[in-house]
Write a protein that binds this ligand. Structure first.
Ligand code: SAH
Length: 389
């Protein structure tokens, strides 16, 4: 990236050459058609970019010399700039990448046995401001482009030397659980997930690409019409009163509407055995009591789901504390007794601030929110306190 790019606002970025990295198969087909090229070029170029990690047209040896030269004049394959990389004691890896406009986002890789999950971001910052999430405190800058979402997978795979058909694939799963609310960046996220699953690109299984949402109901109502990825919903509370405080979006789309919409998503999938994942971040004395677990068990009785319990990960500006182990296991056991499948998300990578909710990046905040939180902290004032119900 040039210094000029670094000071440009996203809306001013030079768009003379088109970036092929984030183009869906259909968009690439239209692009090659506009060049008077045959359709099979789409597959070839997709494989070069996404499967072999080649971004120099000149190295695409099965394209004619003339086409390579033409591509170099009208197109480019541009990736986010890798700024730094950290590796945790437990093998978790985190990359900081800089995007057009100067903001940085974080992408995390979590190895687990013979699987590996990449946690990618969908926006720079987040507009939702959930009270327990570090990303929200940074404010919001803009949506990521499709290329920037897919680019995180490219950068991570390249860094781990697995963007090479002859090497083992180390990233088996992708979760959209980094910075941002994916359903507020609908079209770019859908195109990016489709590329992640495309046979000529990353070829991930639809069960292994998971979109996580705080509950943007109108967008969730449409999601099943365009994709069949796995769905996770960030519930975190068993009733509206508490959820309104933790996830402000709940005031607009309350729990009953969210669950109805999530069930509607499942109904559109051909495979009737699929379930959603309900994410529940446990905060001490806030939402971790036995009565909360019982209320949650009753609430989800008609929702085909498994429940993922996430111990709260503290960060600098947070008011909450991690659930105690006793409360965590008690909570889990109540749900298991009620017949649910429950998983505990182990805290990974917290020595490098890579755990859930700790991703912060460097957001050029367009809202006043990050400034407000900083002032509150400087004055030693408490940020919005949740009164336990
Ligand atoms: N906006 C989307 C995706 C980003 S958050 C969503 O809300 O689902 C990914 C998951 O991490 C969510 O379930 C989120 O609620 C959870 N999370 C956020 N902050 C956390 C923290 N400090 N500790 C533990 N989990 C957290």
């Amino acid at each position: 990236m040039t210094t000029k790019d670094a000071v440009l606002d996203d809306s001013e970025v030079n768009v003379e050459k088109v970036n092929l990295l984030g183009m869906s198969e259909e968009k690439l087909a239209a692009f090659f058609e506009s060049l008077g090229e045959k359709r099979f070029r789409v597959k070839q170029v997709m494989q070069w970019m996404h499967q072999r990690g080649v971004i120099d047209f000149d190295a695409m040896s099965d394209l004619s010399k003339v086409l390579r030269a033409k591509l170099a004049t009208v197109a480019e394959i541009t990736l986010p700039e890798l700024v730094s990389e950290q590796t945790s004691e437990d093998g978790t890896r985190k990359w900081l990448v800089r995007l057009a406009g100067g903001s940085c986002i974080e992408t995390v890789y979590i190895p687990e046995g013979n699987r590996g999950t990449l946690c990618v971001s969908s926006q720079i910052g987040c507009s939702l401001d959930c009270s327990f999430c570090a990303t929200g405190k940074q404010g919001f800058n803009r949506d990521l482009t499709t290329a920037e979402i897919v680019g995180q997978l490219w950068v991570a795979a390249k860094a781990m030397d697995s963007l090479d058909p002859t090497k083992d694939r180390v990233i088996s799963n992708v979760v959209l659980m980094g910075m941002g609310e994916p359903l507020l960046n609908f079209d770019n996220v859908v195109d990016a997930m489709n590329l992640m699953m495309h046979d000529c690109a990353y070829g991930l299984s639809k069960r292994r690409v998971t979109l996580s949402t705080a509950g943007v109901v109108p967008a969730l109502d449409k999601l099943g019409d365009v994709t069949d990825v796995s769905l996770a919903i960030s519930l975190h509370a068993p009733n509206d009163e508490l959820r309104n405080q933790l996830v402000p979006l709940n005031r607009k789309y309350p729990i009953a509407e969210l669950l109805r919409s999530a069930q509607g998503y499942l109904e559109k999938l051909p495979d009737k055995r699929r379930k959603i994942t309900v994410e529940y971040t446990l905060m001490r004395e806030i939402n971790d009591r036995p009565e909360h677990a019982r209320e949650l068990a009753a609430l989800l009785v008609d929702t085909p789901c498994k429940i993922n319990l996430i111990p709260f990960n503290p960060f600098d500006q947070s008011d909450y504390q991690r659930v105690s182990n006793n409360a965590l296991y008690r909570f889990r056991d109540i749900l298991i007794e009620a017949g649910y499948t429950v998983t505990l998300r182990s805290t990974r990578g917290d020595d490098i601030d890579a755990a859930c909710g700790q991703l912060a990046g460097q957001v050029n905040d367009r809202t006043k929110r990050s400034q407000r939180y900083r002032q509150q902290q400087d004055k030693g004032l408490e940020a919005v306190r949740i009164i336990p119900s």
